[in-house]
Design a binder for this molecule. Structure first.
Ligand code: HEM
Length: 408
């Protein structure tokens, strides 16, 4: 018998559910690991093994904008913001299928290679230092707005070739795009995202044309000149993927840094271990990614009828993989609800799996490692200034709304 009284995790609204969705995830894993959710007209997959298999399978694909229930589909032709959103997002690397995905990924991939990311470390450390100086003067800060938000924004600005003087513009665009990144399908949220895309296109197009004529030693020039078997990114592809970096790489990293500081402050014994053994920083970041996954859900469309855990998923059906639930699956992780920075072999799926595995994973991890090292070495007594922490809506992008901390 299908279970009908389950709560839809994708549309959680109550603050207490957003703060702690894990009991619901546990119920889903035990009762209906592959659940047809009528209100979202989609399958919800909550267990590690099933989520991982689907992410790795070629029976499930992207181009989710083709989904028959897509809310913008019928209006897209009439209103410029909806059209911009549809056209741009359909050419994002994130939404391409092979062979287009293979070609574009290999052209973009080099810019995010470990050697390039290593070269960014001094710049990330410099930005962290500047933010720490400001925090020192204030004594108490909102770690989300005053540290976790500006740090990755500055680095994405660098990748996009946007000068420091225009960072406030980037901040506004990021704010408008975050809704669509988190799966907020409300009409105003989609309209705002589409408008931000139009503004970004107007801003970035002349910049790319300029840079094409005068290549420099920076990441934008690397993207422009990337070439593979005679193929290059054209201006439209470049534009849409620069916008994707802002959509896919900003709020996610804000949440990773915020979650990391929050969870460590809530687990003083783990924080102490980290302070005494700084070489654990990288595994602490992995454990944060598992324990409080910044991206909680990833979508796929079935491209044929497929049976998963006894359920028939029909061709064209939407499937949401609950990454945050998979990462708490006790069939995969011993004591999955325990935060343990010494946990070994943390094979979380927070960056997804398969061909769409996050291209910015090592950038995000590096930023978070530098953030933690800089914060806890500069502020050994860092502490929470308020204990009740509310998490953001929508559930798909998980992070605290604000995090007041005392730095002294
Ligand atoms: C903690 C930070 C981050 C998390 C948790 C995260 C998570 C993810 C996830 C889950 C996916 C795959 C979605 C799917 O399979 O449907 C993805 C893809 C992607 N991410 Fe990230 N991301 C983060 C940071 C970044 C950064 C910093 C960038 C770049 C500036 C970035 C750029 C991308 C791109 C371009 C893709 C598409 C890859 C592809 O489709 O081949 N991400 N990310």
């Amino acid at each position: 018998m299908p279970v009908t009284n389950l709560t839809n995790p994708l549309t959680l609204r109550s603050q207490s559910d957003l703060n702690n969705p894990y009991p619901l995830f546990s119920t889903l894993r035990t009762q209906e690991p592959v659940w047809w959710c009528e209100t979202s007209k989609a399958w919800i997959v909550s267990t590690y093994a099933e989520a991982q298999n689907i992410l790795r399978s070629s029976d499930f694909e992207k181009q989710i904008q083709k989904w028959k229930h897509s809310p913008t589909a019928s209006w897209a032709g009439f209103f410029p913001p909806f059209k911009a959103l549809r056209d741009t997002s359909s050419s994002w690397l994130l939404n391409l299928n092979p062979p287009d995905h293979t070609r574009v990924r290999s052209l973009i991939g080099r810019t995010f290679a470990p050697s390039t990311i290593n070269g960014l470390k001094p710049e990330i450390e410099k930005v962290a230092k500047e933010l720490i100086l400001i925090a020192k003067e204030k004594g108490e800060i909102d770690l989300v707005a005053d540290f976790a938000f500006p740090l990755p924004l500055a680095i994405i600005a660098l990748i996009m070739g946007i000068p420091v003087s225009d960072r406030d513009l980037l901040k506004q665009w990021s704010g408008k795009l975050v809704a669509v990144a988190g799966g907020n399908r409300s009409v105003p949220a989609l309209w705002n995202s589409g408008s931000a895309i139009i503004e970004l296109q107007k801003y970035l197009t002349p910049m790319i044309e300029e840079r094409r004529k005068d290549l420099k030693d920076d990441m934008l020039s690397m993207l422009i000149s990337a070439e593979e078997e005679g193929s290059r990114l054209n201006t439209a592809e470049l534009l849409s993927n620069l916008i994707l970096f802002l959509v896919a790489g900003h709020e996610t990293t804000v949440n990773l840094i915020s979650n990391a500081v929050l969870v460590l402050l809530q687990h003083p014994a783990e924080l102490m271990k980290l302070k005494e053994n700084p070489e654990l920083t990288s595994s602490a970041v992995s454990e944060v990614l598992r324990y409080e996954s910044p991206v909680q859900a990833a979508p796929r469309l079935a491209n044929k009828d497929v049976v998963v855990a006894g359920k028939t998923i029909k061709e064209g059906d939407m499937v949401w993989l609950l990454l945050g639930s998979a990462n708490r699956d006790t069939n995969q992780f011993e004591a999955a609800d325990v935060f343990d920075i010494k946990r070994t072999n943390i094979r979380h799926i927070s960056f997804s799996e398969g061909i769409h595995r996050c291209i910015g994973a090592s950038l995000a991890e590096t930023e978070c490692e530098i953030a933690l090292t800089s914060l806890f070495s500069s502020f050994p007594n860092l502490s929470l200034a308020e204990q009740n922490i509310d998490f953001k809506f929508p559930m798909a992008l998980r992070g605290p709304k604000r995090l007041l901390v005392k730095v002294g």
